[in-house]
Design a protein around this ligand. Structure first.
Ligand SMILES: CC(=O)N[C@H]1[C@@H](OP(=O)(O)OP(=O)(O)OC[C@H]2O[C@@H](n3ccc(=O)[nH]c3=O)[C@H](O)[C@@H]2O)O[C@H](CO)[C@@H](O)[C@@H]1O
Ligand SMILES: C=C(OP(=O)(O)O)C(=O)O
Length: 427
């Protein structure tokens, strides 16, 4: 059982390079199923979710060559199974992203039903409704969804009830080889969707409008393998920006390897809180903020404020001069982090999907538990400014999405280490 131990109060300085985006890499890996042959993905983050997606693809018969830490060659020529098994889907919900490409290439897929997770119910009804419109028939038994398209997929118009990232991606991947034209209305606009559409277009797909609410896909017969570089992780970048705003030394911290436009709303809100953020080549330089102004933030689909930055901004607002309010609109259960931050001295009251935060003068280091990926990272960041030691457990959540998190913070000068604790049974 490993924990991350941080001693608060050490300034951070220098440059940190973010990895490729988890939320893009996973979908790009799934999309390789559509192009038999060897696709090379560069800038792939070395995180546990990517390892799980690798296992999903290998179970289907894909061959994956690890060229170096961030480069994978995925050969999907010999794929002969169309199943995403429960033990892998249970580890990572994004495994459901293989449904669209499997349907696109083979006309069938068997996917373990993902069920809820600690963020909420996380249904996939919109994926299913959209795919049904394209001609897919669904059946469920023994915890699995069986999807088949006996007549092949037929392009159509689909209007999503909500701009779901996963549904948009599955529908794009299912329809690239469908007969005719598919139009997805109220599509999600996240940069990772644009990255996916870019790679599919390089493979020979005909997708227009990715990054806007209307995506049009003209079906093609074949896709071919390509070499593609995963877009930089805007959420990892946002997490380091928060760390820098709290603890940067006089020269600030450079956060590079991502496109600041992908963090437009986050940077705007951070600037209204008083954080000084300079645009530099391939990233930003962030200076320490001595007094945070309170904020009113609501999470929304892109280009709104991302839910994946909600815990991190809560750390800043918990130290602001006054009262802040954060409204979570995407996931019904994403405030578990708040009660952990309260253990460090924060004053937060949660009512439904609103969190009311009364700024305090400082945090005091404590033993806390990562409730999820972003909450875990945010607790580590809070530990950087806390008085004394903070010990964060359940850090497997953090390693789902942050590559070398401890090492990157340590390289910036943080006093942080990963400590292996004895198994409780040995105590
Ligand atoms: C691997 C990945 O890319 N994960 C991201 C993706 O998750 P994911 O693709 O799961 O997020 P969605 O945008 O689909 O979900 C948003 C909301 O819609 C609901 N919903 C979604 C689909 C559906 O068929 N029915 C339904 O009710 C979900 O329960 C959730 O409450 O986008 C989220 C929102 O930006 C991010 O927080 C996640 O980091
Ligand atoms: C919620 C997240 O991811 P996932 O959809 O993979 O659970 C996240 O990246 O913060």
């Amino acid at each position: 059982m490993d924990i991350i131990r941080v001693e608060g109060g050490h300034a951070i300085e220098g440059r940190v390079c973010v990895s490729g985006a988890k939320n893009s890499a996973l979908k790009l890996m799934a999309a390789t199923l559509l192009a038999p042959g060897k696709t090379t993905l560069e800038n792939v983050p070395n995180i546990s979710d990517v390892h799980v997606m690798g296992k999903v693809l290998k179970r289907m018969g894909a061959v994956i060559e690890v060229v170096d830490e961030h480069t994978l060659i995925i050969d999907t020529s010999a794929v002969d199974s169309w199943e995403a098994p429960y033990e892998l889907v249970a580890k990572m919900r994004a495994s459901t992203a293989v449904m669209g490409p499997l349907l696109g290439r083979f006309g069938c897929a068997k996917i373990a039903m993902p069920g809820g997770c600690n963020l909420g119910a996380r249904k996939i009804d919109m994926h299913i409704l959209g795919l049904e419109a394209l001609g897919v028939e669904f059946d469920t038994d023994h915890g699995y969804i069986h999807a088949t398209a006996p007549q092949g997929l037929e392009g159509t118009s689909v209007t999503l009830e909500f701009a779901s990232v996963g549904a948009t991606e599955n529908l794009i991947m299912a329809s690239v080889k469908a007969r005719g034209t598919t139009v997805i209305d109220n599509a999600a606009r996240e940069p990772e969707i644009v990255d996916l559409a870019n790679m599919l277009n390089e493979m020979g797909a005909r997708i227009t409008g990715a990054g806007t609410p209307v995506v049009t896909i003209e079906g093609v017969d074949e896709l071919h393998p390509v070499t593609h570089r995963v877009v930089g992780d805007r959420i990892e970048a946002g997490t380091f920006i928060v760390a820098a705003a709290l603890m940067a030394g006089p020269a600030g911290v450079e956060v590079v390897g991502f496109n600041p436009h992908h963090l437009g709303m986050v940077i705007k809100k951070f600037e209204t809180m008083g954080i000084q953020i300079e645009r530099i080549d391939n990233g930003v330089r962030v200076f320490r903020c001595e007094q945070f102004a309170p904020v009113d933030i609501q999470t929304l689909p892109f280009p709104g404020f991302p839910t994946d930055m909600q815990a991190q901004v809560m750390v800043l607002s918990a130290l602001a001069q006054g009262n802040s309010i954060i409204t979570e609109n995407i996931f019904e259960n994403r405030f578990m982090f708040a009660s952990e931050l309260v253990r460090m001295g924060a004053e937060i009251r949660v009512e439904g999907h609103h969190a009311m935060i009364h700024g305090v003068d400082g945090f005091s280091g404590a033993q806390v538990t990562s409730p999820d990926l972003r909450g875990g990272a945010a607790l580590v960041i809070a530990g950087l400014i806390a008085d004394g030691y903070t010990e964060v457990s359940a850090i497997h959540h953090i390693y789902r999405g942050y590559e070398r998190f401890v090492e990157k913070l340590s390289n910036l000068g943080a006093s942080i280490e990963c400590v292996a604790l004895p198994d409780p049974i040995d105590d």
